[in-house]
Structures are given as C-alpha cells and as structure tokens.
Design a protein. Structure first.
Length: 168
C-alpha cells in the first residue's frame, strides 16, 4: 500500500565513491534506516499503591514508585514515595523524592522531601532539598546533606579500614 519514496534521497553521480560498509556484526546506526525496527521506549510502570485498608508489617524495597494509603510498620525504600493523608508509616523512609501528606514516625531520608499542610512527621529529616507547607506538623531535627540516601554518611567514611599485617 505504502512504499518508500525516492523523492527526498539525493541522486548518485558516477563520481561518488561508495561508503565503506560497517564491520560485520555491528548494528546500523542510520536514523532513516526503515529496515531496522527500533525498540519502543519503555513506559514507566505506574506506582504501586497500598490501599487504605492494607496493613503491612515488614520492610519494602523497590526501584519504582510507591503510594501508601494504609499502614506500614517497617522501613520503605523507593524512587518516589507518596504518603497519603490517611497513611501511617512507623519506620525509616528512604527515597529520591518523598511527598508526605500523612503521618511518619521515624527517620526520613530523601533528595527532595516535601511536607504538605496535612503532614505529621515525628522524627529526623535528612535531605538535599526540603519544602514544608504551612500547617505541617513536624517534631525532630532537619539536616541537609549532599548525599542523604547514604545511611552511613560521613562518619562511616572516617573509620579506618583494617588491613592484615604480613607475617615476617
């Protein structure tokens, strides 16, 4: 039904020399190569949602996004963590982005941490950037770090590493 049109292709003249071919086994890199199918870009999976009637006891870890509407007793590590208004977390939270609308009892570590007006946090916040809206309730300390996701921090780096002594 449709065919490739040669209207937009430059005409070859006899004086043109053919281009050297690509080495065997290498993939074509031309943007206009219609014969090689391009893989579709991976769609970002939707956030995992923990519903309001769910009570989780234990730690959770993902490279994806989590939205918590229920109760979690344990630590959570994620890329983007959204705590719903009715949600309660009792444990440490570590994520690149943390949006808190509900309640957290424990430490929060994040590159970007945002406490909305309905947030209630009882614990320390270690962040790179933070935003606290008017009306948010917060009890604890706030500390800025360039790498807040590293739980060891600078104190772990300061400890010397023991090296075995050679026998003489």
């Amino acid at each position: 039904m449709f065919s490739k049109s040669k209207i937009n292709e430059p005409a070859k003249t006899p004086s043109e020399t053919p281009r050297p071919s690509a080495p065997a086994g290498s993939a074509p890199t031309g943007a206009g190569d219609a014969k090689t199918p391009r893989p579709a870009p991976k769609a970002k999976p939707p956030a995992s949602v923990l519903s309001s009637d769910l009570h989780v006891t234990g730690n959770m870890k993902t490279t994806g996004d989590i939205q918590v509407e229920g109760t979690v007793e344990g630590d959570i590590r994620a890329h983007l963590l959204t705590i719903g208004e009715g949600a309660t977390i009792k444990g440490e939270v570590i994520a690149d982005d943390v949006v808190i609308n509900g309640r957290i009892v424990g430490r929060v570590r994040g590159l970007k941490v945002r406490l909305t007006s309905t947030a209630r946090v009882e614990g320390d916040i270690i962040h790179k950037t933070i935003a606290i809206e008017s009306g948010a309730h917060f009890e604890g300390s706030v500390q800025r770090q360039d790498d807040p996701l590293n739980a060891g921090g600078k104190s772990a780096m300061a400890e010397p590493i023991a090296t075995p002594k050679a026998a003489s």
